[in-house]
Design a protein around this ligand. Sequence first.
Ligand code: IVH
Length: 713
Amino acid sequence: MSQNDFFSDEPQPIGAGDASPAAQAANLRATLHQLAHSYYVLDAPTVPDAEYDRLFQQLQALEDADPSLRTPDSPTQRVLGQVLDGFAPVRHAVPMLSIRTETDTEATGAEAFDARVRRELALPEDAPAVAYAAELKFDGLAINLRYEHGVLVQAATRGDGETGEDVTQNIRTVGQIPLKLQGQGDALPAVLEVRGEVYMRRDDFERLNEQQRERGDKTFVNPRNAAAGAVRQLDPAIAAQRPLSFFAYGLGEVQGWDIPPTHSGLLDTLAALGLPVCAERTVAQGASGPQGLVAFHQAMGAKRDQLPFDIDGVVYKVNNRALQEQLGFVTREPRWAVAHKYPAQEQLTQVDGIDIQVGRTGKLTPVARLKPVFVGGVTVTNATLHNLFELRRKGVRVGDTAIVRRAGDVIPEVVGVMRPDPLAARSPYVPNFRMPRHCPICGSTVVREREEVNHRCTGGLFCAAQRKQALLHFAQRRAVEVEGLGDKLVDQLVDGGLVRTLPDLYKLGLMKLAALDRMADKSAQNILAALEKSKQTTLPRFLFGLGIRHVGEATAKDLAKHFGGIDRIMDAPEDQLLAVRDVGPVVAKSIRTFFDQAHNREVVEQLRAAGITWAEHEPSAAADAAALPLSGKTLVLTGTLPTLSRDEAKDLIEAQGGKVAGSVSKKTSYVVAGAEAGSKLEKAQSLGLPIVDEAGLLALLASFAEAPPSTEV
Ligand code: IVH
């Protein structure tokens, strides 16, 4: 199959042209089988779901038009999947079905479903409205949990719908899934099979991929993939480390239990039994039946980005169980349920080029320039490739067909390239991407620090890209906020040489501003007013706005609270910075490095001189320091202590605000000497420094432990 077949706008069968419908169907069947194998058996999909769905629907349409094309092995005739070697097969007592997907637009989707239900129930025109339960379509994988007398005895995947895989061991490691149901023995059903979705939250997914990246292990394409991989992980110890979640949405086999008469009631009951049930659900009843479903579809669509997990649509179900039974099933789908999907969050498109973007801290980010594609509700033309290593790992080259993902408000990224045939040569030959050795913006040398994945431009504020980003960072709403100072204006100011540093902003006059492209007098006045307004700020906003590496909003707040004033922060040695909540060595070093540069202090001075003000207060650090009496003191450890290890002693000292140094000098406050202390002890003696043994150290710590508690200023 050729890659371009995936781009046709018209639903056009693979390799089609003017092939006969029978040939088209055969082609589609072969392609779908291959894609399904990658997806279900290898857990490594080669195309986005939307692409699979599109091809599936093409085949369905061909078969609907001519039922003689419907072969028994057609993917439309069975629920997909295959049992993996390595897991015991589990025959489902009640088959695990899928749901028909309604691809129509909002209103017609719900209405068509309602009309079909009413027709199949043979309801007269004037019959009362049918009640529907509406819930989310979770993007994970279906699982069947079998409880006997309230105890989880087995968990199985869907497999081909008839036979799944026994993944009990792995599922037992999912904290959200109760191993025992709540309730008294007698009241619990003899058999209760609960069906639902195992999924991975987006934040858990990001964290997992971060870890995988650090370890140099393969990252996962999306949360669903990561969840599927975890559930079908042959080593339960690894599965246990993968953060999975679960939502219940239905039943399998049931014995010795009165099933609640409505679906909504069933979900309430499952929740009462201790199973996680998603709160985002509703019942659309009365005259507003289908309209209620439309409203739900819209409301969830608007909320989709803010949900902590991926959904690919909503599901409508006839609420009344008796009606569900009356409606029954067609081949692979119940007539009483339908899925109404949202625009896909992954799509295929072509990589037209790879550009480099230079960020505020000089980081060089490779960005794929794409043939425009509608994904996750917007048209995307650029997607991040993160860094050179990610780019290489994914094997992205210009001309490739890439899978682009945009989920939530996360910036679009290339998650991989589609390579149905890994042996297919690229033609013409495309060289592998390389990072430039010089910044594409300012020409400065590009470096990569040891153990760092990122390349950086060393130009600092000499680099126009970094200057622009620094200005935008300073002017953003969460920092000092200069309303109206956006991309376009900053480009003009920097490119025109009007602004080089932050303080230059406050030297702008009406004449210069109004002379800029597309800048009317009124807008120029507005900018000046916004600059004037920005002068009244707060210390945390100002600090954050300076753009010190690793100092985000939260750290800026902590620093401001702790020190109370900018001068104390600028002068604080690393050990004092370390005393601030959540400030570790990397952050402390970064702050110190920033203020050790004369030009950065100069920026602060000039901004103050330009009239930027904020309230300061007494340091709360003063009180903390009093409570931590070793703060400001430097101790040196030498020799072997009788009970404490080197690390333990160090921890104790640091917990009291002290610092442990490696060598003795006049500035050393105490030398802690143990057995076989050598030259350090001699040096301490010659300098006349206080020397203590382990007992002495413990006494020092103990006497200080009774110091008065700190008082907040
Ligand atoms: S009900 C008889 N409800 O969608 C109907 N399925 O094609 C059985 N799914 O992989 C399914 N959220 O795992 C149902 N709220 C929900 C769902 C849901 C996600 C998945 C299900 C299956 C697919 C059905």
